[in-house]
Design a protein around this ligand. Structure first.
Ligand code: FA5
Length: 340
């Protein structure tokens, strides 16, 4: 039996040493130490030995089993380490490999113009006033001299939560909120999303963006308004740009004007962008109606105000030659990344 034991052990140790894979190691384990393995079967024969032989042979068997077990674990660890080393070597990162350039987004054209206008006016001492998208009928209409039955409401119909709470139709609501809480002199701008029940077409969107200018002080005139707007169009479209004021109507300004600029594409000669008129429509403006000042507790016998409001979407369309407003809302990255 001792001879057989030595033979099994030597064989097993050799096979373990020669094992080239973890599976070969596991196979030796099963063949020798498994339930029906060679050594296990031999150990079962221990009970057939004479009583005085059993302790010595038993101890030898245990030693052989331990030697084989240790050899198995050692070889298993060696092979696992080798596999890990190979894996690490094969996965080495080549830091010199050129990487794909990271795709940075670009500022949306509306955001670009909005930021440029904010920068321009803040540099001239205007304060940026925040408004809210959800407004009340009072701040959007009533306080701006547009009572419930006024026809001007038709052109500025909006979305109602209830008869009082609405989505704001213009940034002019922020004028009222500012004048209510601040006495002149006031020099403010306000910008953001506005909403109207307008059919979608190439120049109309139910959600669009406005930029509002308001100055209230003593002795302000249409001359001051013209000066501010001339400075603005020259900043946006170049020094040679001229403005033209046409009489218009807004219930909250008196007098009111529509302001056009000489076409930045043809310089006023006439082209397809300006529909051969030489001018492009830019914004609405006027002197703040004294009734609006009084609604906000500002003394209209002492102070006058000038105001202007423009559509940022239309401004972006003019600036970048975009012919359909819907392109500004399609989120097509290839379209948007042109406007860096
Ligand atoms: C107003 O909203 C006035 N609050 C502007 C104003 C302010 C006048 C201060 C006087 C003093 P209007 O309804 O014309 O005015 O809109 C202003 C601009 O918003 C328009 O010139 C146009 O550029 C833009 N606009 C109007 N409706 C839409 C629309 N559905 N989609 C895109 N842009 C629009």
């Amino acid at each position: 039996m001792q001879e057989k034991l030595r033979e099994i052990t030597e064989n097993a140790l050799k096979k373990i040493k020669d094992a080239k894979s973890i599976n070969e190691v596991y196979a030796v384990n099963t063949a020798v130490l498994g339930k029906n393995g060679e050594l296990s079967l031999l150990m079962r024969g221990l009970r057939d030995l004479r009583a005085e032989e059993r302790p010595q042979v038993g101890a030898l068997m245990n030693k052989c089993r331990d030697d084989i077990n240790n050899a198995l674990h050692l070889r298993e660890k060696e092979l696992l380490d080798e596999a890990l080393d190979e894996k690490i070597a094969s996965e080495k990162i080549d830091v010199t490999t050129p990487v794909k350039p990271f795709q940075y987004g670009t500022k949306h054209p509306i955001e670009q113009i909005q930021q440029e206008l904010i920068d321009y006016f803040v540099a001239q001492g205007f304060e940026v006033k925040d408004g809210t998208d959800v407004e009340t009928d009072y701040y959007c209409f009533e306080a701006l001299n547009i009572p419930k039955d006024h026809p001007a409401r038709d052109a500025q119909d909006t979305f109602y939560f209830d008869p009082e709470r609405i989505l704001r139709v213009h940034t002019s609501a922020t004028q009222v909120r500012t004048m209510e809480t601040q006495q002149p002199p006031i020099k403010m701008i306000s910008t953001g999303k506005v909403y109207r029940v307008d059919e979608i077409d190439a120049t109309h969107s139910p959600i669009f963006h406005q930029f509002e200018i308001l100055v209230v002080d003593e002795h302000l005139t249409m001359g001051d308004l013209k000066g501010i707007l001339e400075g603005l169009v020259k900043y946006l479209f170049g020094e040679k740009t001229q403005i033209r004021m046409r009489p218009s109507f807004f219930p909250f300004t008196e007098p009111s004007v529509e302001v056009d600029a000489t076409c930045p594409y043809c310089g006023g000669k006439g082209c397809s962008i300006c529909k051969n008129s030489g001018f492009i429509e830019l914004l609405g403006a006027g002197m703040v109606n004294p009734k609006v000042l009084e609604n906000c507790n500002i003394d209209s016998s002492k102070y006058t105000g000038l105001a202007a409001g423009l559509g940022l979407d239309r401004m972006a369309m003019i600036r970048y030659g975009i012919t359909d407003i819907r392109e500004l809302y399609d989120n097509d990255i290839n379209f948007l990344k042109q406007f860096k």
